[in-house]
Ligand binder design. Structure first.
Ligand SMILES: [Zn+2]
Length: 336
């Protein structure tokens, strides 16, 4: 990042010039040499109290040089951090612990949107964000859905009506990496001076996700059951990638509550397939999962859709939560 790194150089150069120029100037009257020596000592032993205002100013300059970007919710924020690196300042519209499907925004949340270089969102996932972006983000708006390769429809058994697309692409590491690459390109367009940096970070992120994908494929290769009973229908892409069949209790959004018939159908599937584990989530009330578990004798286990990180999350970031998810799946599905 050459321009950022060179920020301090003018200060250093001018300081060196002050120190060296009089020394090179040859003999000087004694009193001036004393004065010069005193000034030199003062400069060389400058205590921390002297340095900190400049350091603070430089820190402020570095912060103001960061490219400001906003993510609609956690998986996009994590991607922007990964491919953006220290040159990017990431804001998130969905605060930690808020279930993103239900997000409501206040005018205060939107006040900074017009200042952003990129506003990454997933069209159709959060209606409040779609509206805010359309009104406030202008040309910074970037809908990641094209890069995500959204090929799955809502799982069968949902409510009737027009088919709905499953948007939970980030639970498939390969789709997630593709969106990371697209976001890096978008950052490069917004901040061309650091394009190579963003591209290098995207390549590293892709290789880390390829590694995660291999770990999942190996870990889920041979399991006692392939029926994945989940709280809401977030795991379609993960199931499709690793040869599992998702049986969601609620719909694509946790607030699509199941009817009595849907609960009975899930319970029948659980019994018929010999499913021993019902997976629940951190940000959603597990009452329906508890109902099915009670009726079937299955136990509950946590499977996190990584829609937000809280103290209850089984890991500190996307990768850590996904690895915890893999461990939960291996136990719950009885994988060898
Ligand atoms: Zn969801």
């Amino acid at each position: 990042m050459p321009p950022r790194a060179s920020l301090r150089a003018p200060h250093r150069a001018s300081l060196r010039a002050q120190l060296q120029a009089p020394l090179r100037a040859g003999r000087r009257p004694f009193f001036r040499r004393i004065a010069l020596a005193g000034a030199l000592i003062a400069l060389l032993v400058a205590p921390a109290g002297c340095v900190s205002p400049r350091a603070a100013q430089e820190a402020a300059e570095a912060t103001s040089l960061q490219v400001p970007v906003t993510a609609a919710f956690y998986p996009l924020a994590y991607l922007l951090e990964q491919v953006g690196g220290p040159g990017v300042k990431v804001f998130t519209l969905t605060k930690p612990g808020v279930e993103p499907h239900d997000l409501e925004l206040t005018p205060k949340d939107l006040v900074d949107l017009p200042k952003m270089s990129v506003v990454a969102y997933l069209k159709g996932f959060q209606p409040a964000v779609d509206e805010a972006v359309a009104q406030q983000a202008g040309r910074a708006a970037y809908d990641v859905s094209a890069a995500a390769g959204l090929t799955l429809a809502a799982p069968a058994g949902g409510e009737a009506g027009a088919p709905v697309t499953d948007l939970h692409f980030w639970l498939d590491p390969i789709r997630y990496a593709a969106v990371g690459t697209a976001l890096a390109q978008r950052l490069a367009d917004a901040d061309p001076a650091h394009a190579a940096d963003y591209q290098a970070r995207a390549a590293a992120f892709t290789s880390s996700m390829t590694d995660l994908d291999r770990t999942f494929a190996t870990g889920l290769k041979s399991c006692a059951t392939t029926k994945l009973v989940t709280g809401h229908a977030a795991f379609g892409y993960l199931a499709a990638r690793y040869g599992l069949t998702q049986v969601p209790i609620a719909g694509l959004s946790p607030d699509q509550e199941p009817s009595a018939k849907q609960l009975a159908d899930v319970a029948a599937t659980v019994k018929a397939a010999g499913v021993r584990t019902i997976f629940t989530e951190t940000l959603v009330d597990p009452k329906f999962a508890q109902t099915v578990a009670k009726e079937t004798g299955a136990t509950l286990a946590l499977l996190d859709p990584v829609e937000g990180i809280t103290d209850l999350s089984p890991g500190k970031d996307y990768r850590a939560v996904m690895l915890a998810n893999l461990a939960a799946l291996r136990t719950g599905l009885g994988c060898a």
